[in-house]
Design a protein around this ligand. Sequence first.
Ligand SMILES: NC(=O)c1ccc[n+]([C@@H]2O[C@H](COP(=O)([O-])OP(=O)(O)OC[C@H]3O[C@@H](n4cnc5c(N)ncnc54)[C@H](OP(=O)(O)O)[C@@H]3O)[C@@H](O)[C@H]2O)c1
Length: 238
Amino acid sequence: MAVTRTALVSGANRGIGFEIVRQLARLGVLAVIGARDTDEGVAAAEKLKPEGLDVPVVGLDVNSEDSAVNAVAEVKRIYGRLDILVNNAAILIDEPGGFKASLFDLKADTLRRTMETNLLGPVRLIQAAAPLMREQGYGRIVNISSGAGQLSDMGSGYPAYRMSKSALNALTRIAAAELSGGNIKVNAMCPGWVRTDMGGPTAERSPEEGADTAVWLATLGDDGPTGGFFRDRKPIAW
Ligand SMILES: NC(=O)c1ccc[n+]([C@@H]2O[C@H](COP(=O)([O-])OP(=O)(O)OC[C@H]3O[C@@H](n4cnc5c(N)ncnc54)[C@H](OP(=O)(O)O)[C@@H]3O)[C@@H](O)[C@H]2O)c1
C-alpha cells in the first residue's frame, strides 16, 4: 500500500511557504502550515478551503527550540509520521537600503537576528525531525535558500542575508552527509526573485513559480539527488 506522505513547512502563513503547502496538498500530501502566529496560519488555511484542501496549522516560531521540537511532535501526533520538512521561514532585515545595504553599515544585532532565523531555525527543525525520519527510513528536507548565498556569485548588498543563506547551504551539505544512506534526502533550492512581501511587487516570478522546485525536491523519488542546490529543477553552483 502506498504511504501518504506528511509535510511541515515553516513560515507557511504567506508567500512562498504558503504556496508550497498549497502545491503539496494538491498532490495529496498531508501538508501542515507552520506559523509563528497561529491566527495567521488559520487564516491562510481558510484560503485553501474553497479548493477542497483542508490543511492543519501548528504554531512554529523557528527562533525557539521548544517551538521547533513541539511543532515536529505535533505533526507526529496528528499524522503519526513526518516525511517532508521544508525550511522556508526567513527574514531579510539588512538596512539601510534593503537589498542595497552595505557591509559597513551592518550591525551585529542584525546579523545575529538574521542567523537566528535563517540558519539556527533550520538547524533546530532538522535536529527535531531527523530522528523521526531515520526511524521511518524516509525523509525529504528542503532548505529554501537563495542565489544571494551562492559563493560562486557572491557580491555586495544585504550582507547578513547573504551570509545566512551561504551558511544554510553549508548546513544542507552537512545534513545530507550525516543523513545519507537512510533514504533521507537533503537539498537546497533558490526560488528565483518572487513577488512576496520579501521579494516585493516588481519581482519577476509568481509564488507558484517560486514554489515549484521546492515541491519537486520535497517529493523526490528514492533515486533522486541529495546534497544539491537547485533552481528550476536544475543543479546550480554553490
Ligand atoms: N521572495 C524572493 O524573491 C526570494 C528569493 C530568494 C529566496 N527567498 C526565500 O524564500 C523563502 C520564503 O520567502 P518569501 O518571499 O515567501 O518571504 P515572506 O513573504 O517575507 O515570508 C516569510 C515567512 O517567514 C516567516 N517567518 C519569519 N520569521 C519567522 C520565525 N521566527 N518563525 C516562523 N516563521 C517566521 C514569516 O512569518 P510572519 O508572517 O509571522 O512574519 C512568513 O511566513 C525565504 O527563505 C526566503 O529567504 C525568497
